[in-house]
Design a protein around this ligand. Structure first.
Ligand code: TTP
Ligand code: MG
Length: 373
């Protein structure tokens, strides 16, 4: 019998902002775009206090402002969130070496081999996260990923939920289909046409009907998922499609010399990582973000894959020359793509991949976060 944990941080971006500005505690906090509700942009996340006013992720900031004008609006500070995310994942890895990284604030752990009751282990994880990063999370525990994922959502925030297969009819079937992992707006619509609104109704539908409507793979998946059946393994290793480094300047820069110096430093770091992880690449891209957040990139493709520092530096410099320097620059980045394993590859290394290397939902082939939440 497997014992799978799904750990999901509570109101992740908003919680980090509240942690560094304690005066926000207990207040509605909305993180999104540049943090100005008069500008374009969408809500990345809202604190639970703001959610009471109907503010949701993905909603335009203007709408959020109409619903909750007294909220504190803050810009997205992705660099900080990514740093906290790394610490969160490294805490989890101490509990089990079998971890699947699902997104910035969530992961699965296979705890089948861990001693102790599920309650004890879950509480120990929650305690460590609280002590080390000062944030709360919700944990779902089940015999497979699907149910663990659904369980972590049942008692948010700061929840701990054990979901047994026998609990599915009582706890999962009354939920709207949208709550089922893998059901995004399109599937929701298709199911509505079949008269299906709740997961329990989906479970009653013949598999052939679902396959006829939604295709073999998705139809079959939904048929099983509605019953809580899922045999997918944890995916602990991804092959990256690209490797990259980028940095935001403390103060925006306006001169080529500083830009080039920084870019060459990034190249050095990138090449070090390529050597360490055993990759060579063919496609070099340089990205600049200007002071007004306008972002552009230039790429070039080399005749063959390389991990040679000089070649990569030269290519990066050539890309950089394509940018007009009419505005100040706040960020510069370099990325290498079309990766192949280089001969220096040290076998068995775990690869830390860029975000874009991850299929959205593991091997379940499910829709992306945008369409599934
Ligand atoms: P979620 O785990 O979906 O949301 P959350 O952690 O904010 O809240 P909950 O307590 O319900 O788990 O997403 C994690 C982070 O990902 C979230 O803090 C912000 C970001 N995110 C977006 O940027 N856009 C989105 O549409 C969603 C859903 C999340
Ligand atoms: Mg979360």
């Amino acid at each position: 019998m497997r014992r799978i944990f799904h750990i999901d941080m509570d109101a992740f971006f908003a919680a980090i902002e509240t942690r560094r500005r304690p005066e926000l505690k207990g207040k509605p906090v909305i993180v999104g775009g540049h943090g100005d509700p008069r500008q374009r942009g969408v809500v990345s996340t809202a604190s639970y206090e703001a959610r009471k006013y109907g503010v949701r992720s993905g909603m335009p900031l203007r709408t959020a402002f109409r619903r909750c004008p007294q909220a504190v609006f803050l810009p997205v500070d992705y660099t900080t969130y990514a740093r906290v995310s790394e610490r969160f994942k490294s805490i989890l890895k101490n509990f089990s070496p079998i971890m699947e990284d699902v997104g910035i604030d969530e992961a699965f752990l296979d705890m089948s081999q861990a001693p102790g009751s599920s309650e004890e282990v879950a509480d120990a994880i929650k305690r460590r996260i609280k002590e080390e990063i000062g944030l709360t999370c919700s944990i779902g525990i089940a015999t497979n990923k699907l149910l663990a994922k659904m369980a972590s959502d049942l008692q948010k925030p700061d929840g701990r939920t054990i979901l047994r297969e026998a609990d599915v009819p009582r706890r999962i079937w009354p939920l709207p289909v949208r709550k089922l992992w893998g059901v995004g707006p399109k599937t929701e619509q298709a199911l509505a046409k079949l008269g299906v609104a709740r997961i329990g109704e989906l479970a009653q539908l013949p598999e052939e009907t679902l396959i006829a409507r939604l295709g073999q793979a998705h139809g079959h998946y939904l048929h099983e998922a509605a019953r809580g059946i899922d045999q997918s393994p944890l995916i602990t290793h991804w092959e990256p499609k690209t490797l990259s480094r980028e940095t935001t300047f403390q103060q925006d820069v306006a001169d080529w010399a500083s830009l080039q110096r920084t870019l060459l430093q990034l190249c050095k770091e990138l090449v070090a990582r390529m050597h360490q992880e055993g990759y060579a690449g063919r496609n070099v891209t340089v990205k600049l973000r200007y002071e007004d957040f306008d972002t552009h990139s230039h790429s070039l493709t080399l005749p063959s894959a390389t991990d040679d520092p000089e070649t990569i530096r030269e290519a990066a410099t050539r890309c950089l020359r394509h940018f007009p320097l009419l505005k100040k620059v706040r960020l510069v980045g370099i990325r290498i793509g079309h990766l192949v394993h280089s001969t220096r590859a040290s076998a068995g290394k775990i690869l830390a991949a860029d975000d874009n290397s991850r299929p959205s939902r593991g091997n379940l082939n499910l829709p992306t976060r945008e369409s599934s939440t």
